[in-house]
Design a protein around this ligand. Structure first.
Ligand code: NAP
Length: 278
């Protein structure tokens, strides 16, 4: 297949590396000439340009830019897309993206690979980033069935585990397991960085080990991505944050009231629940 990738960053570049390894021809479009050059050097694309003309040959196009520029980007692509091309995106939020993009290109299928690292840009692209990771498609009743089928087969060839749901359900689920953790983790880093005395902070920095490393990882990632999650998935994220705040209040009350049995009972529940998510 001839696969277009628009936005040659971590996700776009990683898709390019894997699609080329599978024998597809990858046509890359990115904002900066130096990104296009590096994508060619790294073998993530067969051809790359800062303008979208080369997409006239594409069978399917993956939109891999930040969420905030997706609809403006699609408007610029449209004059160059072949009429039968499938357009999909990789955005971490789906309802607002599908709402904006589906009216622009009816052969659009929303998608979200649940894979990433703390790094950004083409230099961070890696092979097999998507292997054994979930990949969610969020079609609507109007999405062409044949396009869902083609995209499913293509994404499965990356080694992904496929899921399909409607955009709003996707956003509520990822708010709980992807977006909420970013803000909890960021708050942990902020709390540790503003302890009562500089001496305690310095010692905490030196003592931080595997527990802090695990718990702080997603809060120490790309700030732009966190902002996009909050901005584009604000309703679901706020519901998750309110529920989390209620949970924190319960822990605080149990500790204040020295309800050690209740507290341990709740920790027993979370110990039993965790494996269901992983
Ligand atoms: P990234 O590494 O920063 O890559 C974004 C790409 O978009 C870059 O190639 C950049 O091109 C281009 N770009 C940036 N700003 C632009 C603008 N204003 N106009 C046009 N192009 C622009 O980001 P990423 O992590 O790959 O994320 C890309 C998409 O994947 C996002 O929609 C995100 O929601 C989604 N996603 C991310 C993750 C994750 O963990 N990172 C996971 C799943 C989905 P130049 O280099 O040429 O400037």
């Amino acid at each position: 297949m001839q696969i277009g990738i628009v936005g040659l960053g971590l996700i776009g570049g990683s898709l390019g590396l894997d699609f080329r390894a599978l024998g597809h021809r990858v046509l890359g479009v990115s904002r900066q000439a130096q990104t296009c050059e590096l994508a060619l050097v790294r073998g993530a694309v067969d051809q790359a340009a800062t303008t979208p003309e080369l997409l006239t040959q594409a069978d399917i196009v993956f939109l891999c830019t930040p969420l905030g520029v997706m609809s403006a980007t699609v408007e610029r692509l449209i004059p160059h897309l072949p009429p039968g091309a499938i357009l999909t995106d990789v955005g971490s939020v789906k309802a607002s993206v599908v709402e904006q993009l589906a009216p622009l290109w009816p052969n659009f299928v929303g998608g979200h690979p649940m894979a990433g690292t703390a790094e950004t840009g083409i230099a961070a692209a890696q092979t097999q980033l998507f292997q054994k990771r979930p990949y969610v498609l969020t079609p609507t009743p109007a999405t062409p069935r044949a396009s869902i089928h083609i995209l499913t087969e293509l994404v499965q060839s990356l080694g992904c585990q496929m899921f399909t749901c409607d955009p709003a359900t996707h956003d509520q689920a990822v708010a709980l397991i992807s977006h909420l953790p970013v803000f909890i983790s960021a708050n942990l880093i902020a709390t540790a960085s503003h302890a009562a005395s500089p001496e305690i902070i310095r010692l905490a920095e030196q003592l931080a080990s595997s527990g802090f490393k695990d718990a702080s990882r997603v809060g120490g990632g790309n700030p732009e991505l966190g902002r996009m999650m909050a901005e584009y998935n604000h309703t679901a994220l706020l519901s998750a944050l309110y529920a989390y705040r209620q949970g924190l209040d319960t822990w605080i009350a149990q500790i204040e009231n020295q309800q050690w049995d209740d507290l341990e009972g709740q920790l027993q529940q979370t110990q039993a629940q965790r494996p269901r998510f992983l």
